[in-house]
Design a protein around this ligand. Sequence first.
Ligand SMILES: [Zn+2]
Length: 59
Amino acid sequence: MNDGQERVILAVHVRGLDGMCVGCRAWWSRLAPYPCWQVEWATSRQARTITARFLGGVR
Ligand SMILES: [Zn+2]
């Protein structure tokens, strides 16, 4: 139900110059190769939301 959550994650978790996720380093001081699992989660959630909206519009 929280629609903005994915957008926040995608805004923070961006690719750094070294190919690592900036958001993971800033939030948890953790090095993770981009795209990290948070980005994967957010993009899959967004895709599902878009699909649901599309199907809802057709009906
Ligand atoms: Zn990240």
